[in-house]
Design a protein around this ligand. Structure first.
Ligand SMILES: *Cc1c(COP(=O)(O)O)cnc(C)c1O
Length: 402
């Protein structure tokens, strides 16, 4: 194939992420503005109902970020000061910071090379070392569900049940994602989703806590809005005088406004279609980049159609002719945006200092971190753009000298 990179050079501008908002977003937002009620009301309620149905969970509680949902989850399961919580090191800081909100301490775990996922094996080892830990936050990295359950048993949930460990899923990347046919959100734990601008569906800013547990749902609903026993909307609809309410705890201000929920409702309508477009991108990368010696492609234990495909993280191997930093710069020079997921938390100043962490305890995360970068993956990314990205990558790894 003849490929003329020079010609395309000035034309290409492929950002790392791009929001798709070409459905009913405008229409539903307009409805909210015309209704005169802009904060949490019927649209947020409808968004919760639809979301719960989609992830096959009993309760869905809309909040203004996934971080808020994770915080409410820690509160609802009763994590308290001095407790310790297992958290994988390969994640965004929100996963661990919510543990600190309660005065508890994260115990960081290494992840599997190639998938960046926590595995039942790594967890089992950690339990041997830290038998007192009673809570785990598991991250479905990049949109691939961690091995919560396995056909032959001994999944993460089985290990946790055996050791009386409560599980919260950080599902910020994982809507919609499945594991052995079962959708993430329906596993009977607490799962927290993100609708931040660059996530798989967005409300601008937003999050959702889902659970099948009535008590946890009740506590999360109360704490979501100042510890008030009923939300604002129902206050105006019940027969009680509308000035009457009670505060039962010092809660938070985490409710999702209807303007955001309206965007979310429109995004939900196309969530699976958008996921399929990202799957198309992933399949393109797998085909075009297969067999490149210097690049490790994502390792999958789920089928491509079960993956949410929030990220497409590759790992530049140590023997590559180019450094990760130079690789990112060269791609940027050709108009291709990339990102890095993640600099592991054990390398972050705060966690490193407070918990006196050493890289030696995280060999796989270290290997990933040294070479990882994430390629663009979003519904509007065309096959032509994907072809350009892949050709550029191939040019760089073959032509660049150390
Ligand atoms: C984005 C993200 C969060 C936080 O989501 P917000 O909605 O921005 O609060 C938490 N965990 C992971 C893994 C994320 O990527």
């Amino acid at each position: 194939m003849v490929y003329t990179m020079q010609m395309d050079k000035q034309m290409k501008n492929i950002p790392f992420a791009k929001v798709v908002c070409d459905g009913n977003e405008m229409k539903y937002v307009q409805e909210v503005i015309e209704s005169g009620w802009l904060t949490t009301a019927s649209k947020a309620k409808e968004f919760e109902t639809r979301f719960a149905a989609m992830v096959e969970a009993k309760h869905a509680i809309a909040v203004n970020s996934c971080t808020a949902a994770l915080h409410l989850a820690m509160d609802a399961i009763g994590v308290k000061a001095g407790d310790r919580v297992f958290v994988p090191t390969m994640t965004f800081t929100a996963t661990a910071e919510v543990v600190r909100y309660l005065g508890a301490d994260p115990v960081f775990l290494d992840v599997e090379f190639g998938s960046s996922l926590l595995t039942p094996y790594i967890l089992q080892e950690a339990i041997g070392k830290y038998p007192d830990v009673r809570t785990l936050i598991v991250v479905h990295f990049g949109g691939q569900a961690a091995k919560l359950t396995m056909p032959e048993g001994q999944g993460i949930l089985d290990v946790c049940r055996k050791h009386d460990i409560k599980v919260v899923e950080d599902a910020a990347h994982a809507f919609p994602a499945r594991l052995n046919g079962k959708i993430v959100g329906s596993f009977g734990t607490i799962a927290c989703f993100s609708f931040y601008a660059n996530k798989t569906i967005t409300t601008g800013e937003g999050g959702m806590l889902v659970t099948n547990d009535d008590e946890i749902a009740r506590r999360a609903r109360v704490m979501r809005l100042h510890g008030i026993d009923r939300d604002i909307w129902s206050r105006f609809r019940d027969r009680m005088p509308n000035w009457e309410y009670d505060v039962i705890a010092p809660g938070f201000k985490y409710n999702m406004p209807d303007i955001n929920a309206a965007i979310g409702l429109a995004q939900l309508e196309r969530a699976e279609a958008l996921r399929q477009e990202r799957e198309r991108c992933a399949r393109f990368y797998f085909k075009a980049l297969a067999g490149l010696e210097s690049i490790e492609l994502p390792r999958l234990h789920v089928k491509p159609e079960e993956h949410a495909w929030h990220l497409f993280p590759i790992i530049l191997r140590a023997n590559a002719s180019v450094s990760r930093q130079r690789f990112i710069e060269l791609l940027a020079e050709e108009g291709i945006g990339t990102s890095v997921h993640y600099k592991p938390l054990h390398r972050m100043t705060y966690y490193n200092n407070v918990y006196n962490l050493t890289s030696r305890d995280f060999p796989n995360a270290e290997r990933i971190w040294k070479g990882c970068l994430s390629l663009p993956i979003y519904p509007s990314l065309s096959d032509e753009e994907l072809k350009y990205i892949c050709h550029t990558i191939i040019e760089i790894v073959y032509k660049t000298k150390k």
